[in-house]
Design a binder for this molecule. Structure first.
Ligand SMILES: Cc1ncc(COP(=O)(O)O)c(C=O)c1O
Length: 371
């Protein structure tokens, strides 16, 4: 069977080709200045990122995984310290806790696929020092509940906001609730660079100092070595590209929200699916739809049907939750997360798909269940 149309899950070449002229100008400008490491473009991007999120500080780092680890190192974890995290998240969330010296404790998810505040509250024990919610798929968790728990038990909060730049809960930006957060600029992220990249944001001057030193060989903002550190700097060229992309970010978010509305309108009636919350479903949440992840009956058959009809889909994290990587020492069972991973699938959600493409995807999904 030959598919009549092709809707790839993501189109990496177009991340460059669709904006080639402007990007070539940036390469030429940065290259001609020889401005490769820690130059004004990086400073400007960090200032723009802080202004956009409302955070007091932003530090460009090599990737969000590093950013999360540096944030926890800045907070300070000791062996035996437990940090409660999501299990429906990238392994990077848990690995950042581990490599910073603590122990990740994955817990259950709520109806929207994000960490369940009740499960967080239940997991708190005398070894708990922190909570690390993942602001997944471009949605911010109920941070009021999370912060209430954190205040009640005097816990640190580092947000994994890798997927959530611009997402808000009750008007406040993802990444600005706790001590610090990291954001990813992986090319497929809503704000993507042309390679790896990340940012740490924080409102805390001390955490900023520590992360800054850790990411640049222990040097402070004046270049004085104050402590041990390493190199986890964001490339200046990537920073210049990110500043350029940030200028059209509001439009990008609006487009992604309109794609989500279209999916909702076309697929909302199918009883076999559980869609993510629609853009205006809850005034407390402003979602940016990094991904459009739903739960589907006969998920694997649906995926194959879509593939045969030219539609690319993805099952996040290779189809495994954090706690299911048993070789990493997890023994806990989390039935809701496990059930979720049997049913979850992501449909195309990016700037390269047209409304016609979305209709085509929906036609194929509908045909599968109505056959
Ligand atoms: C939820 C989450 N956390 C952490 C990361 C790690 O980000 P990076 O690839 O920039 O290290 C990602 C990247 O996909 C992610 O989605």
């Amino acid at each position: 069977m030959t598919a009549t149309k092709s809707v790839p899950f993501f189109n990496y070449p177009r991340a460059y080709l669709d904006d080639r002229e402007a990007l070539l100008k940036i390469f030429d400008d940065v290259g001609s200045r020889g401005a490769f490491i820690m130059q004004k473009d990086l400073r400007e991007f960090e200032a723009a990122l802080a202004a956009f999120t409302g955070a007091r500080h932003a530090v460009g780092v090599a990737n969000a995984t590093d950013g999360l680890e540096l944030a926890w190192m800045a907070v300070g974890l000791r062996p035996g310290d437990e940090v409660i995290c999501c299990s429906h998240t990238m392994l990077a969330t848990a690995s950042a806790i581990k490599t910073a010296g603590g122990t990740p404790v994955p817990v259950e998810l709520a109806h929207d696929g994000l960490i369940d505040p009740d499960a967080v509250a239940d997991a708190v024990n005398p070894r708990t020092v922190g909570i690390m919610p993942t602001q997944l798929n471009g949605r911010t968790c109920n941070m009021q509940s999370i912060m209430d728990i954190a205040h009640r038990h005097r816990l640190f909060v580092v947000e994994d906001a890798a997927q959530a730049l611009g997402s808000r809960f009750k008007g406040q930006h993802a990444g600005t609730f706790g001590q610090a957060a990291a954001i990813s600029f992986f090319p497929a992220k809503v704000l993507g660079s042309l390679g790896d990249g990340g940012g740490v944001i924080t409102n805390d001057d001390h955490i900023f100092d520590r992360v800054y030193q850790l990411h640049d060989h222990g040097r402070d903002i004046n270049g004085e070595v104050r402590s041990w550190g390493r190199n986890s700097r964001l490339d200046n060229l990537q920073a210049a590209i990110l500043s350029h992309n940030l200028k059209s970010y509001d439009k990008v978010i609006a487009r992604r929200r309109s794609i989500a509305s279209l999916y909702q309108a076309r697929l909302g009636e199918l009883a076999e699916l559980q869609l993510p919350p629609a853009p205006n479903a809850d005034p407390d949440h402003f979602d940016i739809y990094q991904n459009y992840e739903l739960q589907a009956d006969r998920r694997d058959e649906l995926k194959e049907h879509l593939r045969l009809n030219g539609v690319g889909t993805l099952i996040q994290w290779g189809g495994k939750a954090v706690h299911q990587w048993e070789r990493l020492g997890f023994t806990v069972k989390l039935p809701k997360v496990e059930r979720f991973f049997e049913r979850c699938i992501m449909l195309p959600m990016n700037m390269f798909i047209s409304d016609d493409d979305v209709h085509y995807v929906c036609d194929q999904v509908t045909a599968f269940y109505r056959a």
